[in-house]
Design a protein around this ligand. Structure first.
Ligand SMILES: [Zn+2]
Length: 254
């Protein structure tokens, strides 16, 4: 990845120059707008506030988003979970339908928070992962999915109070994911450090109203009350309580 300052140094792209490219010349560029230079200079008179200013071309913005989405995917645990989809979820299990419908609707247009709450083995994780896989299938959003204790391990692995750069970057990347999915909230070790990191993560996404999916099989008393109050704020979040039987124990074909 080039630094932006290096990119700018190398670029001088007038737009609206009236130059006419022949189609054969255009075919040699991946992006006909900027001719692969990724930056565009606005055609403005000296003295105009935009005189000499450079703007990223849409191809650059798209490439950057694709790269960030790829990095986030690599940081997530989704590689191993690509077979958990809505198609192979048994929504006929009694009690599961409202959660299933909410998950499908959310996956079509991720907005707000969705909190799947219920006992172990009722399909919460499957629904959460199915949302991730559906979103990844239909657009290039950056999606991050992790079991909460593993998320904290991942953050801890890069955390060094002396040289926090790698950690800061990673934490920023995760907390700003287009879609964040955290599985099994409440099962993590509650060290002061872990509590604080999780709270910062949730609080940021709450303040920015970023699409977030959470699952938990824990009593409310095992969840940080500051996080819980945000997850139960009906202005942002919908809670789906799942009372289904353990669907993995249900006999018969899926
Ligand atoms: Zn371009």
């Amino acid at each position: 990845m080039k630094r932006i300052s290096d990119v700018i140094k190398n670029v001088s792209i007038p737009i609206n120059t009236g130059e006419s490219d022949t189609s054969s010349e255009l075919e040699t560029y991946k992006c006909a707008i900027c001719k692969d230079r990724q930056w565009l200079r606005v055609d403005a008179e000296p003295g105009h506030p935009n005189f000499g200013r450079l703007f990223p071309c849409e191809c650059y913005v798209r490439e950057r988003e694709d790269r960030l989405a790829g990095e986030l995917f690599d940081l997530s645990q989704l590689q191993a979970l690509s077979d958990m989809t809505f198609a192979n979820f048994d929504e006929s299990v009694p009690g599961i339908r409202p959660a299933y419908d909410a998950a499908v609707t959310f996956a079509r247009n991720p907005a707000g928070w969705i909190f799947f709450h219920g006992s172990y083995g009722v399909g919460k994780t499957h629904l959460a992962v199915a949302i991730a896989n559906e979103v990844l299938r239909s657009n290039t959003m950056g999606v991050y999915f992790r079991v909460v204790p593993d998320l904290l391990d991942q953050l801890r692995a890069t955390f060094d109070p002396e040289h926090g750069v790698a950690y800061d970057e990673r934490f920023q990347q995760i907390r700003n994911a287009h879609l964040l999915i955290l599985d099994d909230l409440g099962t993590e070790q509650t060290t002061p450090w872990a509590r604080e990191k999780l709270y910062q993560l949730f609080n940021h996404r709450y303040n920015e109203q970023l699409p977030t999916v959470v699952t938990s099989n824990q009593d409310y008393k095992h969840i940080d009350q500051r996080i819980l109050s945000r997850m139960l704020d009906t202005r942002l979040s919908q809670r789906l309580f799942i009372e289904a039987e353990d669907y993995r124990l249900t006999p018969g074909p899926r």
